[in-house]
Design a protein around this ligand. Structure first.
Ligand SMILES: [Zn+2]
Length: 215
């Protein structure tokens, strides 16, 4: 069984990398963000709680994150292991998680802040059909227009330089103690997040001693 944690700043592509890793290894991809989105869509009690928190402009607290992760892992549908994304959030959770689940490796996708700014600030969204674009890698055919429905593209409300700076500061502050703890346990694999997606995936597999990605 393989148990991995994937860490990386927003825009580092960790969700994409986790999905590619899961494919042929039959791992469960446990994404805290996806779990919360599911709760919101299904109108559960947790979903209502999350909506209230976000409407107030706050971040979901560490305790609530821990609760949903515990419940998710309690389903035990991960016979071959898992790759978890968005957890742990602090040193205490990291300590507990290491001890309870005997984590094999922590994949740390490294991306310089300048590259994060470049990637995140080039994101565009179609408010009509929900299609995502990226002015660097995924340009629309007609500038400013959705390829699918022709609607005018917008920037997400929280993709402003100011909001991004706040998220970057928050990420580094929160991640540092978690990463330090994992480093002391010698489970961290630093992977350069700058190359193309498939190259990054191969680098992850190489450092973890896994068979190469075949697409
Ligand atoms: Zn559209």
């Amino acid at each position: 069984m393989r148990k991995y944690v994937i860490m990386g700043v927003q825009g580092s592509g960790k969700g994409t990398q986790a999905k590619m890793l899961r494919e042929d290894l039959d791992l469960a991809h446990i994404s805290v963000g996806d779990i919360f989105r599911w709760h919101v869509r299904q109108h559960t009690k947790i979903g209502a709680q999350v909506k209230r928190i976000m409407a107030a402009g706050d971040l979901v607290g560490d305790d609530l994150v821990e609760e949903v992760v515990r419940r998710r892992l309690g389903i035990h549908d991960w016979n071959y292991g898992f790759v978890i994304d968005g957890f742990p959030r602090n040193g205490r959770q990291a300590e507990f998680f290491m001890e309870s689940y005997d984590i094999d490796a922590v994949i740390h996708l490294e991306l310089p802040d300048d590259e994060v700014r470049r990637r995140v600030l080039s994101r565009r969204l179609c408010p009509n059909c929900g299609m995502d674009y990226n002015l660097i890698a995924d340009r629309p055919e007609v500038e400013g227009r959705c390829d699918i429905c022709g609607h005018e593209l917008i920037t997400r409300a929280d993709d402003t330089p100011e909001a991004l700076e706040a998220r970057l500061t928050d990420y580094h502050e929160k991640t540092r103690p978690v990463l330090e703890l994992f480093r002391r346990k010698e489970v961290v694999h630093d992977v350069d997040g700058r190359p193309p997606v498939e190259e990054v995936q191969q680098a992850i597999r190489k450092t973890l001693g896994l068979p190469p990605y075949r697409g």
